[in-house]
Write a protein of this length. Structure first.
Length: 377
């Protein structure tokens, strides 16, 4: 039945002409282990079922390239894998195509998609496929006889000495900084909406003696495994890949993990929107979300898929214990307020960048050194 639905969507491809199937579906994603999992669970099966090749491009998030594509009147991609907060902002700017309400397929037992997907997963311009988490990971050999157990330990360099790696963005860092003061989770975004809240959060971040600011998702695991830092923020799937697939000795601190929706969206000026919609329906089916979660530990956005996640196809590791939405991992989780970030993103980014530039020269040197290292052949 699922195959027939995909084929029905693909009937629109005939409008392209006889050369349509020679052009691949162009997907913008995040690279690394994540893209590898997508290749096995989504891209290769989609090509096998439809005959359409998938050409994958990589990025580190952000809307600048999409804005340039809008100005040029043609997007270089047909599908974008993007965080929900960025998708919401892009939708508000008119950068994405609205999605049909009946685009996602029902669950295998016939449950309608709107009841099977998690609340808020089906948006006007984006469709959530997974929930990932930004977490802190650490080197256990750096702290003999003790382990970090709460997010406040990230800022405690007396008990847990050594340099840290944090993402060069206000998101997550601000939440963690306020939590370290004891601010209740339900008060975080109300306080961050005030000058006092922002000042307190940035003061806490400024107390860290040495911070490496990372941008690409593979940087923080590398800094950690190479011993450049002893604690690092990063995406839980990247750390999983380092621990399980590469055998690195690091551990994840799940306290105060910040959960966020990861979505599929279609640029306003996508060249092949019919094929893009066919891919979205295919990639968000229960079966495909199960296969993706078996390869990288991100929580499926469908209840029917969550119930079917089992073991990693290569290692037989129980993947349910590694996804952010598992009850053991989610006990202290923060659900990112994506509406708040969509409204404040531009102003908040400018504020954070200005703060970072005003910090001591050592902090700026660390940023430049990390960037230079990435640019060195």
């Amino acid at each position: 039945m699922a195959r027939r639905l995909i084929i029905a969507l693909l009937l629109g491809l005939t409008a392209w002409g006889t050369n349509a199937f020679a052009e691949p579906l162009r997907v913008l994603s995040w690279g690394g282990a994540y893209e590898g999992a997508q290749q096995e669970a989504l891209f290769a099966p989609f090509t096998e079922q439809t005959g359409l090749a998938v050409d994958v491009h990589q990025y580190d998030g952000g809307l600048e390239e999409l804005r340039r594509a809008e100005a040029a009147g043609e997007a270089p991609w047909d599908v974008i894998d993007m965080t929900r907060s960025e998708a919401m902002a892009a939708c508000q700017e008119g950068l994405l195509q609205p999605l049909p309400l009946d685009l996602p397929a029902p669950a295998p037992d016939g449950t309608p998609a709107e009841r099977d997907f998690l609340p808020g997963a089906i948006g006007d311009c984006a469709l959530t496929h997974s929930l990932f988490a930004t977490v802190v990971a650490y080197r256990p050999d750096a702290f003999p006889g003790r382990r970090p157990t709460r997010i406040a330990d990230l800022f405690d360099q007396q008990r847990f000495p050594g340099p840290r790696a944090l993402q060069r963005t206000p998101a997550v860092n601000l939440e963690w900084a306020l939590l370290s003061y004891g601010v209740p989770r339900e008060e975080l975004y109300r306080l961050l909406s005030t000058p006092r809240g922002l000042r307190l959060a940035l003061e806490r971040l400024g107390e860290l003696e040495e911070t490496h600011w990372w941008e690409a998702g593979d940087e923080s695991p590398r800094l950690l495994t190479e011993g450049k830092v002893v604690m690092a923020s990063g995406y839980n799937g990247r750390f999983f890949d380092a621990m399980v697939n590469q055998g690195e000795r690091i551990e994840i601190l799940w306290d105060a993990q910040v959960q966020e929706h990861e979505t599929w969206a279609i640029p306003r000026h996508a060249r092949h929107p019919e094929a893009a919609r066919a891919f979205l329906r295919f990639a968000t089916s229960t079966e495909r979300l199960v296969e993706l979660a078996r390869r990288i530990p991100y929580g499926p956005a469908r209840r029917s898929a969550t119930l079917q996640v089992t073991t990693h196809p290569d290692s037989d590791l129980d993947m349910r214990l590694h996804i952010p939405t598992h009850p053991l991992n989610a006990a202290g989780a923060i659900v990112k307020d994506e509406d708040w970030y969509a409204r404040t993103r531009s102003r908040l980014d400018d504020y954070f960048s200005a703060w970072l530039e005003e910090r001591e020269p050592a902090a700026r040197r660390t940023v430049r050194e990390d960037q230079d290292r990435l640019e060195t052949p």
